[in-house]
Design a protein around this ligand. Structure first.
Ligand SMILES: [Zn+2]
Length: 88
């Protein structure tokens, strides 16, 4: 008996723009949930950045400077102001 899974498989991958496609400061490692069954030209990172599939350098996990937005870190630490907390 063959059971076919009808769910599409999303693969979690990290990648960044390939060398020469952008300045080094824009080459942060984004997190992508890639639909293995999709053949779209663009892939959408968790942070909302859309990159052309052919311009992405796929990375092993932990390689490269991570995109803080993709990791959910951006905005997590709001700047604290001790003076306003003291009512000054
Ligand atoms: Zn990102």
């Amino acid at each position: 008996m063959i059971i076919q899974d009808s769910m599409t498989a999303n693969v979690l991958m990290t990648g960044r723009l390939a060398p020469g496609r952008a300045g080094e400061s824009r080459r942060v490692a984004h997190v992508f949930e890639v639909d293995a069954a999709s053949s779209s030209a663009e892939v959408l990172a968790r942070c909302g950045e859309s990159l052309p599939r052919t311009h992405i350098e796929w990375l092993a996990p932990g390689v490269g400077m991570p995109c803080e937005s993709c990791l959910g870190l951006a905005g997590a630490d709001l700047p604290r102001s001790p003076l306003s907390e003291l009512g000054v």
